[in-house]
Ligand binder design. Structure first.
Ligand SMILES: NC(=O)c1ccc[n+]([C@@H]2O[C@H](COP(=O)([O-])OP(=O)(O)OC[C@H]3O[C@@H](n4cnc5c(N)ncnc54)[C@H](OP(=O)(O)O)[C@@H]3O)[C@@H](O)[C@H]2O)c1
Length: 293
């Protein structure tokens, strides 16, 4: 029996790399990995030709413009990839009957909440990147029903530049570090998100029983960036002193939401999955980083 084909965009990025690992290990699907050099999601003819050639049953969109602070200045680039790219994928997946799995962010919310955000909570981004991600979500929801949008937050992995790899580098270089303690959220290991994406793909080709639309996925638990930094340094045996600071002491071009905790009941119910606590996954990630050194 031939395997179903899945095409991944942005496969060289942080999430794309962990998606590749998870799907290779699983071995159920015929995988096609692409990145911006061979498949720019904003280019209609390219996307059309790629889907025509490979005829995937599922497209996983790991590509995005993700430079949150730069997006305040590079507005056209951010908008092009995150809005137009999402629209093109929705249109072409519809044309070629491919199910679309798209990734979005907690930055669609204003962070003024105090209860974990449900999928139906009104969006109100506080920065331009968040605006482009809302527009990307809308482009998909308005044009193609056969899709899920997974909002995630505080994503990290052993690859590339993220909070964990940056903290490990600074922790080894510095004696003291100031880290924000008045923004709370949930660190999310990209490997766990990749497993959730795999669970969607497996469900789609077997029982196909999940609802379409928006889902929230992060690890379990919650903390501030300060708590997260402390745990990273502790696990890495770094002696650096971490000092809690308010957001006002660390100004950035893009404003960040103060409260980013997402309610994950829907994804757990629909896919019957358990999600690891953020500390458990952080231990796993730091062990993997240490093993490579
Ligand atoms: N990182 C986080 O903390 C975080 C938090 C919440 C949600 N998310 C969402 O999670 C998803 C994955 O993020 P990530 O951290 O894996 O991002 P990433 O590491 O920046 O990866 C994005 C990938 O997309 C590629 N790309 C950029 N523009 C493209 C285009 N027009 N066509 C095709 N590929 C393009 C990038 O290539 P280049 O590197 O060459 O540009 C890169 O390989 C994104 O949707 C992001 O919005 C991330």
């Amino acid at each position: 029996m031939s395997k179903e084909t899945i095409l991944v965009t942005g496969a060289g990025g942080q999430l794309g790399t962990k998606v590749k690992e998870a799907f290779e290990q699983n071995g159920t699907f015929n995988m096609v990995y692409t990145d911006v050099d061979d498949l720019d999601i904003t280019m209609r003819p390219q996307v059309d030709a790629m889907l025509e050639r490979h005829k995937p049953q599922i497209v996983i969109n790991c590509s995005a413009y993700t430079a949150v602070d730069n997006a305040e200045k590079e507005r056209d680039s951010a908008l092009k990839t995150n809005q137009k790219g999402s629209l093109v994928l929705a249109e072409k997946c519809k044309k070629h009957s491919a199910f679309l799995i798209h990734i979005s962010t907690d930055y669609v919310f204003d962070g003024e909440g105090f209860m974990p955000y449900e999928e139906t909570h009104p969006t109100r981004p506080v920065n331009f990147y968040g605006q482009t991600k809302v527009l990307g979500e809308e482009a998909i929801l308005q044009n193609y029903n056969e899709a899920v949008i997974i909002r995630t937050a505080w994503l990290y992995s052993e690859f590339g530049k993220n909070f964990v790899t940056t903290m490990l580098r600074l922790g080894a270089e510095r004696e003291q570090l100031g880290v924000i303690d008045d923004q709370v959220g949930t660190p999310t290991y990209a490997g766990d998100l990749a497993d959730a994406i795999l669970a969607f793909a497996k469900n789609y080709v077997t029982s196909n029983s999940f609802k379409r639309g928006i889902y929230h996925f992060t690890n379990e638990g919650a903390c501030s960036w300060y708590d997260f930094a402390l745990k990273i340094q502790q696990l890495a045996n770094n002696r650096v002193q971490i000092n809690p600071i308010p957001t006002t002491d660390y100004p950035t071009p893009a404003k960040r939401p103060h409260y980013s905790i997402l309610n994950k009941r829907k994804i757990k119910d629909q896919l019957q999955i358990e999600i690891p606590h953020w500390e458990e996954s952080l231990i796993k990630c730091i062990e993997l980083i240490s093993a490579r050194q």
